[in-house]
Design a protein around this ligand. Structure first.
Ligand code: FAD
Ligand code: DLZ
Length: 523
């Protein structure tokens, strides 16, 4: 425990202010000036470490970031009370700890910032009744939209089209627009140019941040008995856990990776785990860095050197943060809690056990899963078109898929995980987020990666020995869900292709798919 008593002679504070593990925003107005009557509280709690089985690196990163944030606050003169996971007085939940802390320090009021997860929001709404003193809520001053703004923007509309929201955000925040609010470069979207594979003989140049040693935290987590997944190398931990490190990562991204970000955004390779992606998601989601400062820095790179950082690289990146990230948050707060129950395709199958080991002969899945277990990270297309694609084609229950994504990734917090997983990837929301399910056969994976050349299965075979499971499962998906997919204008063409195949071909493909599904554990 980092002792607050040592810094306050009276051992009493008028206000206790709770800072959650994903609210590490040094620029929040709470910290503008030092106030002797305020005690800031951070706590490592089993209720947050155990609501899903997290990747070990995610728990380490959160604890490391929280501890360093507490130290930074103290260095600025604030009073801080920090509960570590194994402290004897730690009561394991936010509410129970706050009860003890408020009594101990004779607090007259509690403050918290709007949490990002529905589960925690519900818990904190009960605080006043539980603790018996007034509770005040503050914004987290991180996002570019309020919780309700999204609902207001789409009020009366039949669909939640991301592109409309994104253009609105570009204008609202004056990002990549001219004085007439028209898009710089004449187009809002450069996606067409961002679908390249890694060229042959291309040498990937990126920079890893200097590693740090997290052995102490790893030992404490082991002692606590928290169950985790994945691997950690305690002497070489690369995730950014302070604002300074996040700013360095941003600069390195801008100078080294941004010039190729858009072009190779959808590419996948066995030889590199993040390619030209920024790995800023953890720092963004725990609020070490703000979305607007990242966007403005990237936009500046374009205006300073448009030949190096071309518009398709910049726009592709900005759309992810200004568009998708805010959009997903809007969907979350407009649709929860019903969203977490949606299962449009009524899928039932459990996740194969090799999702937890990477032990499969399907090379793209082996690579994407193993990499996720090794680094707590996979980039967007690996998540969407490899693991997510397979889960949807195999008819895995969305609860199982959510649990996996929420646990395994360093950046996984429900507001952005469930909307991407249940929504974009599994289409379990029936089309709230996406206009069509993201499914593909092996052809797409072969086109965008080098995975297929070293695979046990043949990407160009639909049936027979060693035919790639993605192929028969893809057509099986259209066959199984034809009723539900027929009315979707974006899928009509594929349904026609399926219907035009001969009966014999269709039967052979469906048999292959059903045999693969029966032996899913050994694929
Ligand atoms: P980059 O590719 O460098 O992109 C820059 C930033 O844009 C990211 O840091 C992120 O903040 C934002 N971004 C990009 N795509 C999205 C998106 N679709 N939704 C929201 N923000 C986006 N992202 C999370 O932050 N947490 C999650 O739990 C999460 N789960 C996902 C689950 C699935 C099934 C899929 C398909 C995507 C998920 N994403 C999630 C979105 C995206 O894959 C990650 O944000 C990205 O891979 C993080 O790596 P990066 O920082 O290198 O991103
Ligand atoms: C993810 C996480 C974990 C693993 N541990 C903690 C913790 O011990 N203490 C804490 O305050 N926050 C933790 N978090 C982040 C919370 O889950 C997150 O703040 C809430 O879900 C709200 O988004």
């Amino acid at each position: 425990m980092i002792d607050a008593e040592k810094t306050n002679m009276n051992n009493s504070f008028n206000s206790v202010k709770l800072i959650l593990g994903d609210q590490l925003n040094l620029n929040h107005p709470w910290f503008n000036s030092v106030n002797e009557n305020i005690l800031f509280v951070l706590m490592e709690v089993r209720s947050e470490t155990d609501y899903v089985k997290h990747h070990i690196q995610k728990v380490v990163a959160i604890f490391d970031a929280m501890r360093k944030f507490a130290v930074e606050l103290k260095e600025k003169g604030h009073h801080v009370h920090y509960l570590k996971i194994n402290d004897s007085e730690n009561k394991a939940t936010i509410t129970e700890n706050l009860k003890v802390i408020c009594t101990k320090f004779s607090a007259k009021e509690v403050h918290y910032q709007l949490p990002d997860e529905f589960r925690v929001d519900e818990e904190l709404k009960q605080l006043e009744g539980e603790i018996g003193i007034p509770v005040f809520i503050s914004d987290s001053y991180h996002f570019l939209t309020t919780r309700n703004e999204f609902g207001e923007f789409f009020k009366g509309k039949k669909t939640f089209l991301m592109e409309n929201f994104y253009r609105h955000m570009r204008v609202k925040h004056q990002v990549l627009v001219d004085s007439l609010n028209k898009p710089v470069g004449g187009r809002w979207n450069f996606d067409q140019e961002n679908r390249k594979k890694v060229p042959k003989n291309h040498v990937i140049h990126t920079v890893l941040l200097t590693s740090k040693n997290v052995s102490g935290i790893v030992e404490e987590i082991e002692q606590s008995g928290i169950k985790t997944i994945g691997k950690v190398e305690p002497s070489e931990f690369y995730w950014t856990t302070t604002r300074d490190q996040a700013l360095i990562l941003l600069e390195e991204f801008v100078s080294v990776s941004l010039p190729l970000f858009g072009t190779l955004q959808d590419a996948m390779t066995e030889n590199h785990w993040y390619l030209y992606h920024s790995r800023l998601s953890f720092a963004l989601n725990v609020k070490l860095i703000s979305p607007l400062e990242v966007i403005k820095r990237v936009e500046k790179a374009y205006f300073e050197n448009p030949d190096l950082c071309e518009l398709n690289q910049i726009e592709g990146f900005i759309r992810q943060i200004l568009g998708w990230r805010e959009y997903m948050r809007g969907i979350y707060w407009s649709q929860m809690p019903a969203y977490a129950e949606l299962n449009f395709f009524e899928n039932k199958r459990p996740l194969p056990s090799w999702f937890w080991t990477g032990n499969t002969k399907i090379n793209c899945l082996k690579h994407a899963i193993s990499q996720s277990l090794d680094y707590a990270y996979a980039h967007h297309i690996q998540r969407l078109m490899v693991t997510g694609n397979f889960a949807l084609l195999a008819g895995i229950h969305p609860d199982e898929v959510d649990k996996w994504y929420l646990g395994i990734y360093i950046d996984a917090f429900e507001w952005v995980e469930i909307t991407n997983t249940r929504g974009m990837s599994q289409f379990a929301d029936g089309g709230i987020v996406g206009t069509k399910p993201y499914v593909s056969s092996a052809a797409y994976i072969h086109k965008m990666s080098d995975y297929c050349r070293n695979c046990y299965y043949s990407y160009d075979k639909k049936v027979g020995e060693k035919a790639c499971p993605f192929n028969s499962l893809y057509w099986n998906f259209f066959d199984q869900h034809a009723e539900k997919l027929r009315s979707n204008p974006r899928l009509g063409m594929m349904l026609n292709v399926w219907n035009k195949m001969t009966n014999d071909d269709r039967t052979a493909i469906l048999l292959q798919a059903s045999s693969y599904l029966e032996q899913i554990e050994t694929l």
